[in-house]
Design a protein around this ligand. Structure first.
Ligand code: AMP
Ligand code: MG
Length: 403
């Protein structure tokens, strides 16, 4: 049986970043930049005022109680009409360009207005309340590196640089196939003996969350022809994920259908719970995952194996979720020899996190997955005692939980 790390390494050794494409600035959000962005601009483009006040020459206010003549007014969006001479000040507003000759701004609350002049009560430092040209970005500087993930601040920065379009890695298109004679798809009422298809939808959600584009191939019957037909529909995708039908039962035909379609496959037993049987291989050069059928097993194996692969294809360098150490609030048992990935809720505690199980850990119990903030990683045949630390893979920010 492989360890999770061995299976993951085998998978990641076989995936590469996809091609790149040009997208609109906001379309790059969450995606990975495929070329460095070098600024052609100085930001700010000219030295400007950080306050509403008066532009001055600091040397004119060397002594307390200096009086200066106000000789002009510069609002944001306008230019100073002339430069500033000794003994002069100009009214200036936040963001307005500093006039030539000025080297400081005195906030308006620190002066007294006297007719056409101002009285400055205190001395003034050179550079006070001035935002110097190029303080944020110099022309020629690399501002966002290749490989950076574009967040809202990068979007703003790139807008500042005038970049309406960016080159990023393409999102993987991921075809999702559910298999099983017992499955009734969304929109039809399950007949006696049928259960609703949930895997297609949880997996599509996970694909979207991982930055991919899901393609729903629907439900195949437990017949080779039915599976093969839908496999042909997957040809436009970059990745194929199937769920169920990968064990060794006589209705488990996914492996055979994939092989007949030309896939090279490895069937692995991975030492984990939930999970265990998974197929991985390639079909016409594209990665193929055969995940287990139980709803939580499908989701957890997606987390551990498919998500990092999709992120690598989308150009990400950080492939894994954040892991934190949490203190067990109640005993967290993992009976059995396989490593456990147990659904836990996290609570903020002084100095860190506490973790408690979300309930029934059966591999078909989706409700305890819905409540999980993370997966506690527990070695086989181990009970994590109250107060002991456990490692938790964080699945979502605590602000995203349902209750
Ligand atoms: P299998 O690997 O085909 O034996 O499936 C294992 C378990 O997962 C069975 O109880 C199936 O009914 C269930 N299952 C398989 N596919 C799905 C699905 N798409 N949605 C919900 N449950 C499923
Ligand atoms: Mg089945």
């Amino acid at each position: 049986m492989l360890t999770v790390e061995e299976a993951r390494a085998e998978i990641l050794a076989r995936v590469r970043p996809l091609e790149t494409e040009c997208v609109d600035l906001l379309g790059a959000l969450g995606r990975v930049l495929a070329e460095p962005v070098v600024s052609t601009r100085e930001i700010p483009p000219w030295s400007n005022s950080a306050m509403d006040g008066y532009a001055v020459r600091a040397e004119d206010a060397r002594a307390r109680g200096s009086r200066l003549r106000v000789v002009g007014r510069i609002a944001a969006g306008s230019l100073p009409r002339r430069s500033l001479a000794a003994g002069e000040a100009m009214r200036i507003f936040t963001g307005a360009p500093l006039p030539e000759g000025a080297d400081a701004v005195v906030p308006q609350e620190e002066v007294e207005v006297e007719g056409n002049g101002i009285l400055i009560r205190n001395t003034v430092e050179i550079g006070a309340f001035v935002r110097p040209r190029g303080e944020d970005v110099r022309a020629g500087e690399t501002v966002v590196e290749r490989g950076a993930v574009i967040g809202p601040a990068e979007v703003g920065l790139l807008a500042t640089l005038g970049r309406a379009q960016l080159r990023v890695y393409r999102r993987p298109r991921v075809a999702i196939l559910s298999t099983g004679d017992e499955l009734a798809d969304l929109g039809s009422e399950p007949a006696p003996g049928q259960i609703p298809n949930s895997n297609t939808y949880s997996l599509m959600g996970q694909v979207v969350e991982a930055g991919g584009e899901p393609i729903n191939l629907g439900v195949a019957r437990d017949q080779l022809e039915s599976i093969e037909e839908r496999l042909r529909w997957s040809l436009g995708a970059d990745v194929l994920i199937s769920s169920a039908g990968v064990s060794v039962g006589e209705h488990d035909l996914v492996k055979e259908a994939l092989t007949r379609a030309g896939a090279e496959l490895h069937l692995w037993q991975v030492s984990m719970r939930p999970g265990k049987p998974i197929t991985f291989g390639s079909l016409l050069g594209r990665p193929v995952f055969g995940l287990p059928g139980n709803p939580v097993s499908a989701m957890v194996t997606f987390e551990l194996f498919v998500r990092p692969a999709l992120r690598a294809m989308a150009g990400h360098r950080t492939l894994d979720r954040l892991r934190v150490r949490a203190r067990a609030i109640e005993p967290i048992p993992n009976p059995g020899s396989r490593r456990g990935y147990l659904r836990v809720m996290l609570v903020s505690e002084a100095g860190g996190y506490g973790a408690r199980l979300t309930g029934n850990q059966g591999s078909s119990i989706l409700r305890s997955m819905a409540q999980a903030d993370g997966l506690a990683v527990v070695p086989g045949d181990t009970v994590v005692r109250v107060g002991s630390d456990v490692e938790v893979i964080v699945l979502r920010g605590l602000e995203q939980r349902s209750l």
